[in-house]
Design a protein around this ligand. Structure first.
Ligand SMILES: [Zn+2]
Length: 83
């Protein structure tokens, strides 16, 4: 077994454990492969939605996990899902 076992696309164990496909999780693994930071619910013009931010670097070890290009390419499907 290597050190990278079971981390999949993730740079470190902390991130792999923190990220969840659950849209209520703090760090969300979107279907598109993007990692999104959940900033919580916001009410705007009478509608409640979840505010999500894209992150470039792993909050645990600082590895660049997604680039502007990755985010841009995947963002369309993110908006469809969460709006
Ligand atoms: Zn990491």
């Amino acid at each position: 077994m290597t050190e990278d076992a079971d981390l999949g696309q993730f740079c470190c164990e902390e991130l792999a454990e923190a990220v969840s496909p659950d849209p209520t999780a703090s760090l969300i693994e979107h279907d598109s492969g993007l990692i999104l930071l959940n900033l919580g619910e916001r009410e705007e013009e009478g509608e409640t939605g979840v505010l999500l931010a894209t992150i470039h670097f792993c909050p645990f070890c600082g590895t660049e996990i997604q680039t502007d290009e990755d985010i841009e390419a995947a963002l369309g499907s993110v908006e469809e899902t969460f709006n």
